[in-house]
Design a protein around this ligand. Structure first.
Ligand SMILES: *Cc1c(COP(=O)(O)O)cnc(C)c1O
Length: 388
């Protein structure tokens, strides 16, 4: 059976983003592609092998479940790193499959030692340091205790990495907090080194940090939103544009290209007369004679109800406004100004169509959420296909 919409993943857009991001982080730095949240809605099973075909060999996920999906999708024996949740029962699987993971407290460190003993393979860990995010990470006496456990279990524990996460690298308002975090991280790494622990991979940067704080780049970056072609926020985009403006050419094309295109089709058409109300209630009244189209996508499919009477989609390369309330499974759009429209014609919900484009950020500004949330809300059941 056909789904009422599908998602296209553009390999050429992804290659452009990688080229730009690799230039930003430098040749020596490893790029870990963050594929949590079903690869930010791009579909991990589709996206991951496509990324591998573009040369990416390191992936970061949130949970053991996602690591399992990534491991299954991988065709190149890529390295996988779990940044968050692992059920104690799943640790043995991770250790046995050479999947690395963040360790941010003593219970997980002890469980890692036990898992390594069980499967007779060392656990590859990344020590997460608390530097000011105050979410997860070692500090104080627990950090010292962790170091002594590591020192007494050289056969069970390999400290592959040391890392931290920055609390708001997308805004200059957090400058002091972020730079203080980086200093605390450096101190912790020095401390580890003095005690004979030298993690090969130090990493602190997400997309925004890679773009705004070059000193955060280090041995690896955990690149999420930017690889998919979106700026972490407007401020980061502006920061980049101001730094790279050459005075004459004010508006150079953005170096980031949206990888994802979400498309559906027109289900049916209807003429309504001036003065009539459309859909549930009275939120929309036709101000002229209009041609409306139904699109079989609603908030069940991740098209936010808050885009009712606000959002736009593309038909025949022209913007068609959403009219009335977005329903659970469908919405109405005004196609009066979209030339000749027929059932089955393509409707673009996100991404380019002919010369126009619906950007995720314009979509998300309207529904006052961020790029991240709009993308991950596209259900995993909608099919994804790779296109050139
Ligand atoms: C999600 C996440 C990232 C990637 O963040 P982006 O802003 O999408 O680049 C990096 N590190 C950690 C720990 C994360 O959870």
């Amino acid at each position: 059976m056909r789904h009422s919409s599908h998602v296209e993943i553009s390999k050429s857009a992804y290659l452009k983003n990688l080229k730009f991001l690799r230039r930003t982080i430098g040749r020596e730095t490893l790029l870990s592609s963050v594929v949590k949240g079903n690869a930010y809605g791009h579909g991990i099973a589709t996206f991951l092998p496509m990324a591998e075909s573009c040369g990416v060999r390191h992936f970061s996920v949130f949970s053991a479940e996602e690591a399992y999906l990534a491991h299954r999708a991988s065709q190149q024996d890529s390295r996988i790193l779990i940044m968050g949740y692992i059920d104690p029962d799943e640790l043995e699987w991770a250790v046995d499959h050479g999947v690395a993971f963040f360790v941010f407290d003593l219970p997980r460190l002890n469980a890692a030692v036990r898992a390594a003993e069980q499967v007779k393979r060392p656990a590859k860990i990344h020590l997460e340091i608390e530097t000011g995010m105050n979410r997860t990470g070692f500090e104080g006496a627990d950090f010292e205790e962790a170091i002594s456990i590591i020192k007494t279990h050289p056969d069970e524990i390999i400290v592959e990495g040391a890392c931290t996460h920055l609390a708001g690298a997308e805004s200059v308002a957090n400058y002091l907090r972020v730079t203080t975090q980086l200093e605390i991280f450096e101190q912790a790494c020095r401390h580890l080194r003095e005690l004979g622990i030298t993690p090969a991979v130090r990493h602190t940067a997400c997309s925004a940090a890679s773009l705004n704080y070059p000193q955060s780049i280090m041995d690896m970056v955990r690149m999420g939103i930017a690889q998919y072609g979106y700026w972490p926020n407007k401020e980061t985009q502006m920061h980049y544009e101001l730094e790279h403006e050459d005075g004459r050419l004010r508006t150079k094309a953005s170096p980031l290209k949206g990888v994802l295109r979400w498309v559906s089709r027109i289900m049916s058409l209807k003429r309504v007369k001036r003065g009539q109300f459309v859909g549930y209630g009275t939120t929309y009244q036709a101000m002229r004679n209009q041609t409306l189209a139904t699109v079989p996508v609603g908030y069940y499919h991740g098209f936010s109800r808050s885009l009712s009477n606000l959002g736009h989609v593309l038909v025949n390369g022209r913007r068609a406004p959403v009219v009335g309330l977005v329903n659970m499974n469908m919405m109405m759009i005004d196609v009066t100004d979209c030339n000749t429209v027929g059932p089955g014609d393509e409707v673009t919900l996100i991404g380019p169509q002919r010369r126009s484009r619906i950007t995720v950020s314009s979509f998300s500004d309207l529904s006052s959420s961020v790029n991240y949330e709009v993308l991950v809300r596209i259900p995993s059941t909608i099919p994804r296909v790779v296109v050139d």
